[in-house]
Design a binder for this molecule. Structure first.
Ligand code: ADQ
Length: 735
């Protein structure tokens, strides 16, 4: 779609909280608009384009209570509230979001709690968000999901609306691989995010961390240069979108605000935070104490004014933090205070914006020293409000903001010595230097403001991502070469959907030329053994491949033949084989027009791909009923239902049988196994080979897999075969 048209279509925004706060009244729950940076930025977009905001109203819903929302006449967009029970608020919000993800994503894993019940509530609530979103999406052009509370929602939404565009923005850091993997549900979270078309972070470092995790935990193929991920048959764009603030609004308010009562007497060092352990408030106080110790000339001349907004006050860790801060303030003030001066002024409350901007304007120094922070808006607000005498910004080097705010003085927030010395430097900095640093900071923040951020994200979300180029040789070299070097390779390949594209009729799925070339070249190597593992009958798959030096595990492995070992036929098979003709007959009789039955000797498959779409569900149900009635096992396949003898046997066991028969019980020391398949019948093999082989699942992104890697398309498999055929030869371990 052309960009201009896309920019006028409605969008849907989903975030944990609505831009409205709920209040209880006699008639149920009612809403009042609330303000805030994000709301101020996104509301105009929603007003202009129309759309819906989906979110939790911020109040636990009592049993039987209803949510009433009446948008004002001028709202211009809809609001869809997601109700949460008290238990859900505790488990999804206070629990998994704020006790698990918040500390872990800020690299404070020792504070993170891992509770399965919290996780289950998180999953359930995310599904509810997705279902409200899909019900409200209408003709929305884009669904934009915000933040760590909703990382699974994209997956459920993708299932409900496969064609919708989904963008996601994370407002907190994305941690490095070593930290992220501590989450017991890390893969589910990654899979949730990979249902998006665009995943955005504040800075490039977080995007890199995300790419690392996706590559190492899910085996997805990643193009680091263009920051794209191949996830089955989909492509996901990743990017850094550093958030900005409404610069002019802050600057104008600062110009208009009355002087702060604090201004004038001492020089002000200002701290402004939500009361949160990530913000480094105690560490900041210790740094300030060190300044007073080491540089006594600042005593009675400087005051640290710390504002802290109460936050998550019901969580015990936050109560403890408040106590710790109160004690520290008492101790430091007790140590240095004189009759007319206290070094720290600490206000535990939210202050009105007019007062906040005046303080930002009048403060000589802003001390922004979080122990970790996605971005940090306080640093930007301070800069915007510096409309008079230029002050100095100190910024933690582990806040996202430090990546772009280069003219600020960077500090390691964990080091009181460094904080003290940097503060001293700021307090003694010449005006020239202060002015030139502040002017650059202001120029950048004015340009990269909130509007720039919104537009940048929306524009990227509207752009269609190009699929990755076919895997390059070096992709396989990095994963495969070290694993395979000096070993014999046992290569197991599924046929339909892996070597050949899926077609309407199995007989038409002849081997493409590129696949034949690759197979021939692999078979020609003395260090490579080929096996086909297919749901097809033995004669059929043999005819399709047409080689005698290949092992065939046909009928999902119930029948195996190959060079170097006795043919295998499962001992229970003859019993079921006798019943097969009758079953086939019953299935054929049940088939609606277009559906048909493929008899494969020991198994048979009911295909309904070519029947009318509206008959599919009923035909499949009926086929399953008949198959079960005959004492066979029904397994779903691509637009088909397979009837298999109810024998505890599958592709995984078949692979194990081939490996043991060919290479002996200690096969894993002698050969390296590579398995490629596209279907859920291949999952049995992927699971069994976990940690023992390199396994590839081809195609469909929405299906979870136990495979260690994914490939997008059949053509990628052909590339893999070419690489395997041409890989370097080494002297083998076994000989
Ligand atoms: P927060 O963790 O909430 O945001 P931050 O970006 O600093 O952190 O925003 C805090 C906001 O609260 C600022 O707008 C500030 O003005 C306001 N505030 C703080 N103390 C106040 C007080 N005492 N009175 C009134 N207002 C006060 C999360 C991430 C950040 C990321 C933002 C936006 O943790 O890293 O920058 O989202 O993406």
């Amino acid at each position: 779609m052309p960009d201009a048209e896309a920019q006028t279509r409605p969008i849907l925004i989903a975030s944990n909280r609505l831009p409205f706060t709920a209040h209880r009244s006699a008639g149920g729950i009612e809403f009042k608009p609330s303000a805030g940076g994000l709301v101020t930025a996104l509301e105009p977009v929603l007003r202009k384009r129309g759309g819906t905001w989906v979110g939790w109203p911020g109040l636990a819903q009592k049993k039987g209570e209803t949510l009433h929302f009446e948008a004002g006449d001028d709202a211009g967009y809809e609001v869809a509230p997601v109700g949460l029970s008290e238990t859900e608020v505790n488990r999804y919000y206070h629990g998994f979001s704020n006790r698990t993800l918040w500390p872990l994503f800020h690299s404070m894993h020792e504070r993170a709690a891992f509770d399965r019940r919290d996780w289950e509530a998180y999953r359930a609530v995310n599904e509810r968000f997705a279902s409200v979103a899909s019900g409200s999406a209408g003709d929305a052009d884009l669904v934009w999901i915000h933040d760590y509370h909703l990382m699974l929602a994209p997956a459920s939404l993708r299932q409900a609306l496969p064609g919708v565009r989904i963008g996601f923005f994370l407002h907190i850091p994305f941690p490095p691989f070593d930290v992220f993997r501590l989450l017991p549900w890390d893969r589910e979270i990654l899979r949730g995010l990979l249902a998006c078309d665009l995943v955005g972070f504040h800075v490039a470092g977080y995007a890199q961390n995300f790419l690392d995790c996706v590559e190492r935990r899910l085996g997805a193929r990643v193009d680091r240069r263009t920051q794209r991920i191949e996830w089955g048959d989909r492509t996901i764009q990743v990017g850094a979108f550093p958030i900005g603030i409404d610069f002019d609004a802050f600057a104008n308010k600062a110009r208009a605000a009355a002087p702060s009562p604090e201004a004038g007497r001492e020089r002000i060092v200002l701290g402004v935070d939500r009361l949160d352990y990530t913000k480094g408030i105690p560490e900041r106080f210790l740094g300030f104490e060190r300044l007073l110790e080491r540089h006594p000339e600042h005593r009675e001349r400087v005051v640290l004014l710390q504002l802290a907004v109460p936050s998550r006050a019901q969580v015990s860790e936050y109560k403890e933090l408040k106590r710790e801060i109160d004690e520290l303030v008492g101790r430091i003030n007790g140590r240095f205070a004189t009759a007319s001066w206290s070094p720290i002024r600490y206000l535990y409350r939210s202050v009105p914006q007019e007062r906040l901007v005046a303080l930002y304007r009048d403060a000589d120094i802003a001390l922004v020293t979080p122990l970790r922070d996605g971005m940090n808006l306080v640093a930007k607000e301070y800069v915007a409000c510096q409309v008079d005498e230029p002050g100095v910004l100190l910024i933690s080097e582990v806040a996202g903001a430090s990546e772009t705010m280069r003219e600020a003085l960077a500090v390691n927030p964990y080091s009181p010595d460094e904080t003290a010395e940097t503060l001293h430097r700021a307090l003694t900095m010449e005006e020239d230097e202060r002015a030139s640093r502040m002017a650059s900071l202001r120029r950048r923040e004015r340009r990269y403001n909130l509007e720039h951020w919104v537009n940048g994200f929306l524009e990227a979300a509207g752009r269609e991502s190009q699929a990755l180029a076919l895997p390059l040789e070096q992709d396989f070299e990095t994963w495969l070469e070290p694993f395979l070097a000096r070993y014999r390779v046992a290569l197991f390949l599924d046929y339909d959907g892996t070597l050949t594209p899926i077609v309407d009729h199995p007989a038409d799925a002849t081997l493409p030329e590129a696949a034949r070339r690759g197979l021939d070249a692999c078979a020609a190597r003395s260090d490579t053994d080929l096996s086909m593992v297919s749901g097809r009958g033995l004669a059929d798959i043999r005819a399709m491949i047409g080689r005698d030096d290949v092992t065939y595990a046909a009928n999902h492995g119930l029948e195996i033949e190959g060079p170097g070992f006795e043919p295998f036929l499962h001992e229970d098979l003859p019993h079921y084989q006798a019943r097969m003709p009758e079953l086939t007959q019953a299935l054929s009789e049940s088939a609606p027009e277009g559906a048909w039955v493929e008899e494969k000797g020991h198994t048979s498959t009911f295909h309904f791909r070519q029947a009318n779409a509206e008959d599919h569900a009923r035909a499949a149900d009926e086929a399953r009923r008949i198959i079960n009635g005959f004492g066979f096992q029904a397994r779903d396949a691509k637009m088909a239902v397979e009837a298999r003898p109810p024998i505890g046997w599958d592709k995984g066991r078949a692979v194990l049988h081939v490996l043991r028969s060919r290479y002996g019980p200690s096969w894993s020391e002698r050969v390296r196994v590579v398995y490629v398949g596209d279907d859920h019948t291949d999952e049995d093999a992927f699971r069994l080979l976990e940690g023992l082989a390199i396994t590839f699942r081809v195609g469909r992104a929405e299906e979870p897999t136990a495979a260690s890697h994914r490939l997008g398309h059949v053509e990628d498999v052909h590339e893999l075969l070419d690489w395997l055929a041409q890989r370097p030869t080494h002297e083998l371990h076994e000989s």
